[in-house]
Design a protein around this ligand. Structure first.
Ligand SMILES: CC(C)(COP(=O)(O)OP(=O)(O)OC[C@H]1O[C@@H](n2cnc3c(N)ncnc32)[C@H](O)[C@@H]1OP(=O)(O)O)[C@@H](O)C(=O)NCCC(=O)NCCS
Length: 174
């Protein structure tokens, strides 16, 4: 069993493992409008990037997930790639708790900024990152980033870059 970050009621928050890859992929596909990636990509997230990813497990099944990484050229920045919560588990603070639990890991001790990209239409995601900024007492800013043209003109909505900083989540190690 991977190290447990937190146990809240009957939900366990922990790093993913190789064994979670397929379920991770299934949960992403059940959380539109998240883009589905290959299972191979999810397996890499669950192994090489496990320190910056999270699964929420309830009764042996995945109820939530977060994928992300520290930016290679800006290791003080946590880039949150995807966050998804099973429809049945939404509205109880799980997404916010998963994100703050990752930021609290000792692995993220040098992180003082979170970045992500969000489409204009994803109001739940916009609400979530505004809630994170409020919880952290941080500023949130929005910038042009991936345009529709960058996606090859196939109808993918433009993605705007959000930055939340400075983060104050205390780290596990200190
Ligand atoms: C976005 C998502 C992860 C939120 O999960 P969740 O566990 O329900 O979120 P939380 O309960 O932690 O919400 C925390 C805050 O985010 C905001 N929020 C969450 N869902 C929201 C919604 N549907 N509309 C507006 N704001 C919302 C609220 O401010 C909320 O705080 P409050 O409940 O005290 O008002 C979930 O709706 C989901 O999986 N959506 C589909 C996938 C997706 O769009 N992911 C984000 C893009 S990467």
């Amino acid at each position: 069993m991977a190290d447990i970050d937190a146990r809240v009621a009957d939900i366990i928050l922990r790093k993913p493992t190789m064994e979670d890859g397929a379920a991770f992929h299934d949960l992403v596909s059940e959380c539109p409008p998240l883009d589905e990636n290959s299972i191979y990509c999810n397996l890499l997230q669950c192994t090489d990037f496990a320190d910056t990813c999270m699964v929420a497990e309830k009764e042996g099944r995945l109820a939530g997930l977060v994928s992300g990484y520290l930016k290679p050229r800006e290791p003080n920045v946590y880039f949150l790639w995807q966050v998804g919560v099973h429809e049945a588990a939404r509205g109880h603070g799980l997404a916010l708790r998963m994100i703050q639990s990752i930021l609290a890991r000792d692995f993220c001790r040098g992180v003082d900024e979170l970045q992500c990209t969000i489409t204009r239409s994803n109001t739940a995601s916009r609400g979530l990152f505004h809630a994170l900024a409020e919880a952290e007492g941080a500023e949130i800013s929005e910038h042009d980033y991936f345009t529709e043209a960058h996606f090859g003109g196939g109808g993918h909505e433009a993605e705007f870059q959000f930055r939340v900083r400075p983060l104050k989540t205390p780290k596990a190690g200190g």
